[in-house]
Design a protein around this ligand. Structure first.
Ligand code: ARG
Length: 645
């Protein structure tokens, strides 16, 4: 880690006596904090405005031609003068600095450009020394930023959470990808992260599944592709169930007609027959079976546990392909009755819930029309998805004492979570609701037919991997050089899926477009992988290792392309901070695409092979730094950077 002493020495070399630091800044982790503090100091001198007001309003720029940092003068809230005149005046009064050029003023904005040499000497060593931790900041997750001994904050994150016996849908795919990313983000910010998978592993569907398994089940298939097999059995069974239920309904109507016509005898004969049919029906058998489960019947529970275990085992393998793992496999089955009952009592005692036709509801319309009335207990006394989430939240808090809990679930459940948080608050647990956040996302459209029928996560990843393999084969010459093409195709395919998923704002819907996402051109996963592999290949060809560049002379990096690339690399820690604020993976991707474009346009201008030794070394230090930042960004997203392809 580049120490403060080293930084101080670097800065001293440029004529600055100490490392500038405003409160709550982290010069060691984020070199831009040095610049912000320094510019703030000088601006305070030039404007007479308190530094505390200036610091937070210094902004990033969208493009490098607008400077490295910029100040919107109206944000200083100085009365009595036109902002553009003020901007000019402050710009003129801004004292000379070893770190930044004389500011440029445009309208009401004052823009600051960093002087190249100090910047190169601050940023590049910081990346080369901090390596994979460059950009992360463990201080954010400390309970007390100035005192690590107070411990770290804890995040519980509930994501993926598929339903056993139902297909792994796009919502679970997105939740897995986005949740995996958010977990890594918080870890990078020093939080203690508990990853939790809340399986849909309880309910009547198990009854259907158990009944169906006796008919269609195949132990070998279940071992091999459990999720797919269970879904198939379930779907076959629900089809039969539906047909039966319809027939029953028609017969019931016929009996009613007979009764109306006064044909009592015929009616009761048919009714007796029908009762027998109902007793044997899938629906009834499923209900009975689930009842046995609720009563804790050993045999029923064994089958349930076996399905659940096989499913978890298969899920874990798929998750590993996405670099996702869990600390806890929980699920709806795990919520204790006591927790739900205690919650119900609290709701009743505080007069929040009420009886409605034998069911228990919470009328939330008083608080907001949109929230509606929430059902928390059915007439037959059984609990619901919502009830279980209330119980689960309390249990999780008791177990993990979390500082924050995030649920990564599709927008379809916006109402569910709004109700959940409101109910927690109303039952006197505002301490919990305040810590909870629903992170939502939009839909995936136009899954091609093959993908649309995929039942398990593995199937989706395999389909994309195969497609990627085809794309790779179209460049035969290159393809032949890849050592392990299947493995590479798989990694690239996964990158394709993940990048497509994360490059837009979470809330947006997107089309699952196989051709587009597996292309090497444009803003795709394979493009990022290619950019990384190319940087690796340059180092290999030059025969220069990471250790070799430690003593590189950065003053040899004088070209605009080199300086601009370093200016972009300097933005990575700020991009991390911004991402923490927004929880948007797209923030990271937008940055990575911008940075990799800058890398690829510098290749012609900053050649390594063929340059003189010191220049070669300096340029290689730049490329190794760019590769490090690219890798850090990719790994944060959950991608696996490839070294060759
Ligand atoms: N199993 C649910 C579904 O597929 C998602 C669960 C999300 N987590 C939660 N605590 N409700 O719709």
């Amino acid at each position: 880690m580049a120490s403060i002493d080293e930084l101080a020495a670097t800065l001293k070399g440029f004529g600055l006596t100490d490392v500038p630091a405003a409160p709550n800044t982290y010069p060691k982790h984020n070199p831009l904090d040095i610049y912000r503090s320094h510019i703030t100091e000088l601006l305070a001198q030039a404007s007479g405005v308190d530094a505390k007001i200036i610091y937070p309003v210094l902004q990033w720029t969208q493009t490098l031609d607008k400077g490295d940092l910029t100040l919107p003068v109206p944000a200083l809230r100085i009365k009595g003068k036109k902002p553009d005149e003020l901007a000019k005046e402050i710009g003129e009064k801004f004292p000379g600095s070893p770190l930044v050029e004389k500011p440029t003023v445009s309208g009401t904005y004052i823009s600051f450009f960093f002087k190249p040499q100090p910047l190169l000497n601050i940023i590049l060593p910081s990346i080369l020394k901090n390596k994979s931790s460059f950009g992360k900041n463990p201080a954010f997750g400390q309970k007390d930023a100035s005192d690590p001994s107070k411990g770290r904050k804890r995040l519980v994150i509930d994501f993926s959470s598929p339903n056993i016996a139902k297909p792994f849908g796009y919502a679970h795919l997105r939740s897995t990808i986005i949740g995996g990313f958010i977990s890594k983000l918080y870890e990078g910010a020093g939080w203690d992260v508990v990853r939790l998978n809340y399986l849909g592993d309880w309910g009547r569907q198990y009854g259907i599944l158990a009944v169906g398994y006796k008919k269609y089940g195949d132990d070998a298939k279940l071992k091999q592709e459990p999720i797919k097999h269970l879904v198939e059995v379930y779907q076959q069974m629900t089809k039969i169930q539906k047909e039966e239920d319809e027939q029953i309904k028609t017969k019931q109507e016929a009996i009613q007609t007979l009764k109306k016509e006064g044909k009592e005898e015929e009616a009761s004969k048919q009714q007796a027959q029908l009762d027998e049919e109902i007793a044997k029906s899938v629906s009834q058998q499923a209900r009975d079976y689930f009842k046995r489960m609720e009563d804790g019947d050993k045999e029923a529970m064994e089958f349930w546990k076996w399905c659940r275990d096989c499913s978890i085992e298969a899920l874990e393998k798929s998750y590993a392909r996405l670099n996702v793992h869990y600390d806890v496999y929980s699920g709806e089955s795990q919520v204790k009755n006591e927790s739900m009952e205690a919650a119900a009592k609290q709701l009743a005692d505080s007069g929040v819930s009420g009886d409605s036709d034998g069911a228990v509801i919470v009328d939330l319309t008083k608080h907001s029309k949109k929230l509606g009335k929430a059902l928390v207990k059915k007439k037959d006394g059984t609990s619901l998805y919502l009830t279980r989430d209330i119980g689960a939240c309390v249990e999780r808090f008791d177990t993990y004492n979390f500082d924050k809990q995030i649920y990564v679930v599709a927008t379809q459940q916006d109402l569910h979570f709004a109700q959940l948080f409101k109910i927690l608050e109303l039952m006197g647990r505002k301490d919990l609701s305040d810590r909870c956040q629903h992170i939502n996302f939009g839909m995936v459209n136009k899954m091609s037919t093959r993908l649309g029928t995929a039942k398990a996560l593995d199937e989706v990843l395999n389909i994309v991997g195969e497609k990627m393999h085809e794309v790779m084969k179209t460049n035969q010459a290159k393809y032949e050089q890849v050592e392990n093409p299947e493995q590479t195709a798989d990694t690239l395919g996964i990158a394709a899926v993940m990048v497509q998923d994360m490059k837009g704002k979470r809330i947006n819907n997107y089309d699952f477009d196989l051709a587009r996402m597996t292309s090497f051109e444009g803003d795709t996963g394979p493009y990022l992988e290619y950019a990384h592999a190319r940087l690796c290949s340059i180092a290999r060809k030059a025969g220069i290792s990471d250790a070799d560049v430690a003593d590189a002379d950065f003053s040899l990096l004088t070209e605009k392309h080199a300086v601009d690339l370093v200016r972009l690399l300097a933005q990575w820690p700020d991009t991390f901070v911004d991402t923490m604020r927004k929880h948007e993976p797209a923030t990271v991707l937008t940055y990575l695409f911008k940075m990799t474009h800058a890398v690829s346009s510098s290749y012609d201008h900053l050649q390594v092979v063929g340059s003189e030794e010191p220049v070669k070394k300096a340029r290689m230090a730049l490329y190794i730094s760019a590769r490090q930042v690219l890798r850090n960004g990719m790994e944060l997203l959950g991608l696996t950077p490839v070294e060759r392809m």
